[in-house]
Ligand binder design. Structure first.
Ligand code: GUN
Ligand code: FE
Length: 533
């Protein structure tokens, strides 16, 4: 259970696909169930609850963003497609494309996780790393192994990461060392993992099962049907891959000659509905897009993987215009990075490649990509009313992002208007004049400085006790993170710098359902070791 907490300071989120809302002086009240109970959009207003109603919230913890460190809260990321079992291979893919990549890299690592000790190491690290990158919700593929799939569910629950966990099914065209015996065994093993998820988290608050036929080529029509029927009967989510690679599509057409195409193979098996997550969806025909839309399926757009395995560029704008739900998937390790932020930036770049042939409208703005990585993904996973934004009634699934400060030796220049000519646009609602940040940096005036300060000025300043006049050395500040803030950026620019240059070093804290699940530099969690199989 969460502690009642009031988060105060700067909040950034995407309540709508083209809206980046920045609330600079806000407070979000989170109750003991991790639910957002109230939001003060402007704490300087006399009506703000923070100024009136605190008695009711006495005993609540207060957590502030620090303006000087350019900190802000952002909704936790939603990864709609990730293979926890492939984490050791993140970055290891050479020049392969999908089908040879599966044979060479992927089936061997997945099969090896039948060893529970190895699975524990791999899944433990995967969860830690994705949490550090701000992934608060993930749709995970595990492996064929019931034991290791159950272990993944246990570890997600223990770590507090919201997850859909699926046992990977395949009963044909898989290596002899990594294949389901027959349809009955595959369905029975899947049922066992579903029963386990339901046992460890009966209400599915954090961990839920998901039915996972790997993809068309490795599943017989009977297995697809068996899993489709089971998912319908049990009202479960389904995840699979579709139309990722041209050779894969040709193979599906050859394996299922009576079907009208890849999507129709899944349609025949009853696998397409509003609880279905389809990964990739790059080479869909117009009829398939129509079918997927009519069935209410969601799509996991996986730009990093689609580039790494040279699968192709998904036409995301066309999917969105059709009204299809779209989220982002890292597809690690088809994608080399476990970070949804990497997928956000690559989604914008892939859309620019599409724009080069299809026109400017194909471009996704950074705001749209951030929306896909949060709210869009939440909708794909049926959690649209629960996570992905800061709204009363939603869960507090959030990241505290910090971009660091302006180096001390530069603050004098920044404060004295050395950059006044900066023509960067101001945020609507951006406050002018003295802010807490100004007060803080004013206190440091004259402390550092390369050579812009005269001796006289320096003498005017009495350094605080223990503070030294330091000059920057080469390398100072470089180790902190990869984002350099100069002090003149508006919030929209700061968010863009984070999105394009930031990484897990900028994640200072992560909460799921109001519970702190990660803190940068915090003592290493003991949960992977403690967790019983
Ligand atoms: N198609 C079937 N299996 C996989 C997988 O593990 N990753 C990706 N990207 N595509 C697949
Ligand atoms: Fe995948």
């Amino acid at each position: 259970m969460a502690r009642r907490t009031i988060f105060v300071g700067t909040f950034v989120h995407t309540p709508a696909p083209s809206t980046l809302q920045i609330m600079e002086n806000a407070a979000v009240f989170v109750d003991e169930d991790g639910v957002i109970a109230h939001i003060d959009i402007d704490t300087s207003s006399p009506d703000a609850r923070l100024n009136n109603d605190l008695e009711e919230w006495s005993g609540a913890e207060l957590i502030f963003t620090r303006p000087s460190e350019n900190e802000f809260f952002f909704p936790g990321f939603v990864d709609t497609h990730i293979h926890a079992s492939q984490y050791p291979n993140a970055g290891v893919f050479g020049n392969s494309t999908l089908l040879d990549w599966l044979e060479k890299y992927t089936f061997p690592i997945e099969a090896s996780l039948a060893n529970p000790d190895k699975a524990r190491r791999v899944y433990g690290r995967c969860i830690q790393r994705t949490l550090a990158n701000g992934t608060t919700t993930a749709a995970y593929y595990a492996t064929r192994s019931v034991e290791s799939t159950n272990l993944l569910a246990d570890l997600c629950l223990k770590a507090g990461q919201r997850a859909f966990v699926g046992r990977c099914n395949m009963d044909q065209n898989a290596p002899s060392y990594y294949i389901d015996e027959d349809v009955e065994t595959a369905v029975r093993d899947t049922e066992a993992t579903i029963a386990h998820c339901r046992k460890v988290d009966p209400e599915g608050k954090i961990v839920r099962p998901i039915v996972t036929p790997r993809f068309g080529p490795t599943c017989t029509a009977e297995l697809l049907k068996g899993l489709g029927d089971y998912a319908k009967k049990e009202n479960l989510f389904v995840q699979t891959h579709i139309s990722e690679n041209k050779a894969e599509i040709a193979w599906v057409n050859a394996l299922f000659p009576t079907s009208k195409g890849y999507a129709d193979v899944y349609e025949t098996a009853g696998l397409l509905h509003d609880r279905t997550i389809l990964a990739h969806a790059i080479h869909l025909t117009d009829e398939e897009i129509e079918l997927i839309h009519s069935r209410g399926c969601g799509i996991a757009h996986c730009p990093v993987s689609n580039l790494a395995l040279s699968s192709g560029n998904a036409r995301v704008r066309a999917l969105l215009e059709k009204g299809i739900k779209v989220g982002l998937g890292t597809d690690m390790s088809g994608g080399y990075s476990p970070s949804v932020l990497e997928s956000v930036r690559q989604a914008t770049l892939v859309s620019r490649m599409v724009a080069m042939t299809e026109g400017e409208e194909a471009k996704l703005s950074l705001t749209e990509a951030l929306y896909l990585g949060t709210r869009g993904g939440a909708e794909v996973m049926g959690l649209g009313d629960k996570v992905g934004a800061f709204k009363v009634g939603m869960q507090w699934d959030a990241i505290l992002v910090g971009l660091g400060n302006v180096p001390k030796w530069e603050q004098h220049e920044a404060e004295n208007g050395a950059n006044e000519e900066s023509d960067s646009p101001s945020q609507p609602g951006e406050q002018e004049g003295e802010s807490a940040e100004d007060e803080l940096t004013n206190g440091l005036l004259g402390l550092g400085g390369f050579d812009s300060e005269s001796e006289a000025e320096a003498e005017d300043h009495v350094p605080a006790e223990g503070e030294k006049l330091t000059e920057p050395k080469i390398g100072d500040g470089i180790e902190e993170d990869a984002v350099d803030i100069f002090g003149w950026e508006n919030w929209e620019e700061k968010v863009a710098k984070w999105a394009y240059n930031g990484d897990d070093r900028n994640t200072l804290g992560v909460w799921v359902a109001g519970v702190e699940v990660y803190r940068k530099g915090g003592s290493p969690p003991t949960w992977p070791v403690e967790c019983s199989p």
